[in-house]
Design a protein around this ligand. Structure first.
Ligand code: PNS
Length: 159
């Protein structure tokens, strides 16, 4: 069985992430969306909320599972016996970071293979940080995130 892991912060999941998940779910028998529990960064949403939003946004995809991990990604991969990592690529600015991360993961565990999916052009500008910034200044995030996430953001910000 071919299993892939799509790791990320997903704070919150955007339409761009959903697009990558939909496409990657066709490449693997099972795709695990793995949320990083990052203790150094204060996320907008708790790990539980982020997982809940991902579950709601991917409930049309029967082979997608949602999980969380702490620490090194390669340790999580080893534990799950998965060697394929999926990442989305938006622009050259992403590439540098992603290239470094993929090589570091390979250095830490030689069996890791990182698969990059290029974003759909309509999501090339989209990121969780941009969504949070727009939302913080009461801009409209309706077209940027799934409906469920849109409502969660509004609830969180009380707007
Ligand atoms: O959505 P993001 O924030 O771009 O995701 C980044 C993520 C979670 C994939 C990356 O930061 C990660 O894997 N962190 C775990 C720590 C780790 O394994 N670091 C080594 C690679 S540099």
């Amino acid at each position: 069985m071919k299993i892939g892991v799509y790791p990320g912060s997903f704070d919150p999941i955007t339409n761009g992430h959903v697009d990558i998940i939909e496409r990657a779910s066709k490449m693997f028998d099972t795709l695990i969306v793995a949320v990083l529990v990052n203790q150094n960064k204060e996320p907008m949403f708790s790990t539980e909320d982020r997982i809940d939003m991902i579950k709601h946004s991917t409930d049309h995809l029967s082979n997608v599972k949602v999980d969380s991990f702490q620490g090194l990604l390669v340790n999580y991969l080893r534990e799950k016996k998965v060697s394929y990592v999926v990442r989305g690529l938006r622009a050259m600015s992403d590439f540098e970071n992603e290239f470094q991360m993929a090589l570091m993961n390979k250095k830490l565990w030689k069996d890791v293979e990182t698969v990059f999916l290029v974003t759909k052009i309509e999501y090339a500008y989209l990121s969780s940080s941009a969504v949070k910034e727009v939302a913080a200044f009461h801009g409209d995030t309706m077209d940027l995130v799934p409906d469920y996430v849109y409502n969660k953001i509004r609830l969180k910000l009380g707007v």
